[in-house]
Design a protein around this ligand. Structure first.
Ligand SMILES: C[S@@+](CC[C@H](N)C(=O)[O-])C[C@H]1O[C@@H](n2cnc3c(N)ncnc32)[C@H](O)[C@@H]1O
Length: 247
C-alpha cells in the first residue's frame, strides 16, 4: 500500500461546494415503497441528505421530513426545494434528535463518504437510536467488489480494505471513500435490527464507472438480540420479540 496523504473527511464534507457533492445513486421502486405513508412512514430522517433530500427524488408525501447534513450550503439548497421540511446541520455520528422519534432513517451514498469504521458504526448506532422500534433503516450505497476491473488498482492502493481515494482529472485528491460489503453493515447493526431485504443492481459512480449498488432494509428491534431470552425469535413484522417457543 502506498503512502496515503492525511485527509480530514469531516472538514471536507462540511466545507465542500454543492457542485462538488456527488449524487449518482438514485434509489429505486423498492426504496420508495418502504418509505410510503401506507408502509407506516409518517416521519423520515434523511442522513447526509446533501442538496437533494430523498423524499423529493422519490416524490414521497411524508408528513414530517427532516434532512441532516454537515454541509450548510447543501442544506440551503435542500431548504430551497422544500421550505416545509426541517433541516439540521449535523454529522450522522451525533444526531440532534430524540430516541425513537422517526419512522424511517435513510442513508443514500453516505457510508461511502464515511470511510472510518468507527465513524460508520457511530452513524448506524445513531440511526438505530432515533428510529422507533419496528421502524426502518434504509441504506443505498456502492458495494465493495474487488473483481471490478474499474476499481482494482484503487482498492489495491488502500490494501483491499474497501477504501479508495477519489481524485480529479489531474490526480489531485478530492476525498476518501469506501465501498462497503453488506455483511459489514449487517454487523454494524449489532443485533439491534433485522435485515428485511437486499437488492443489488448495476449503478454508475460519480465519474461514470460501472459498479454494483445495493439497497438494504433493516427493521429496528424492540429488544436487541443479545438481551432476548434464548429460544425466542424476532417478529420482523412488528419489531417485537415473541416469547421462546411460540409459533
Ligand atoms: C455522496 S453525497 C450524497 C448526498 C445525497 N444523500 C444524495 O444521494 O444525493 C454524501 C453526503 O453525505 C454528507 N456527509 C459526509 N459526512 C457525513 C457524516 N458524517 N454524517 C452525515 N452526512 C455526511 C456529505 O456532506 C454529502 O452531502
Amino acid at each position: 500500500m502506498s503512502q496515503v496523504p492525511e485527509f480530514d473527511s469531516r472538514s471536507h464534507w462540511a466545507n465542500a461546494a454543492v457542485p462538488q457533492i456527488p449524487g449518482s445513486l438514485t434509489p429505486g421502486a423498492e426504496f420508495r415503497r418502504r418509505l410510503l405513508p401506507s408502509s407506516g412512514v409518517h416521519a423520515v430522517l434523511d442522513v447526509g441528505c446533501g442538496p437533494r433530500p430523498v423524499w423529493i427524488g422519490l416524490g414521497l408525501d411524508i408528513a414530517r421530513r427532516i434532512g441532516c447534513d454537515p454541509n450548510r450550503e447543501a442544506l440551503r439548497s435542500a431548504r430551497a426545494s422544500d421550505g416545509r421540511a426541517h433541516f439540521v446541520c449535523a454529522s450522522g455520528t451525533d444526531l440532534p434528535l430524540a430516541d425513537g422519534s422517526v419512522d424511517a432513517v435513510t442513508l443514500i451514498a453516505v457510508l461511502t463518504v464515511v470511510p472510518d469504521t468507527h465513524d460508520a458504526q457511530r452513524v448506524i448506532a445513531e440511526a438505530l437510536r432515533v428510529v422507533r422500534p419496528g421502524g426502518v433503516v434504509a441504506i443505498a450505497d456502492f458495494l465493495y467488489d474487488p473483481r471490478n476491473p474499474a476499481y482494482r488498482d484503487r482498492y489495491a492502493e488502500m490494501g483491499f480494505s474497501g477504501e479508495l481515494i477519489a481524485r480529479d482529472a489531474q490526480g489531485a485528491i478530492l476525498y476518501r471513500a469506501r465501498h462497503w460489503r453488506t455483511d459489514e453493515i449487517d454487523s454494524m447493526m449489532d443485533g439491534r435490527a433485522d435485515r428485511q431485504d437486499l437488492h443489488l443492481g448495476q449503478v454508475s459512480s460519480r465519474t461514470g464507472n460501472p459498479l454494483t449498488g445495493f439497497e438494504v432494509f433493516y427493521r429496528r428491534r424492540a429488544v436487541p438480540a443479545r438481551e432476548c431470552p434464548s429460544g425466542g425469535r424476532p417478529d420482523v413484522e412488528s419489531g417485537l420479540r415473541r416469547p421462546g417457543g411460540e409459533g
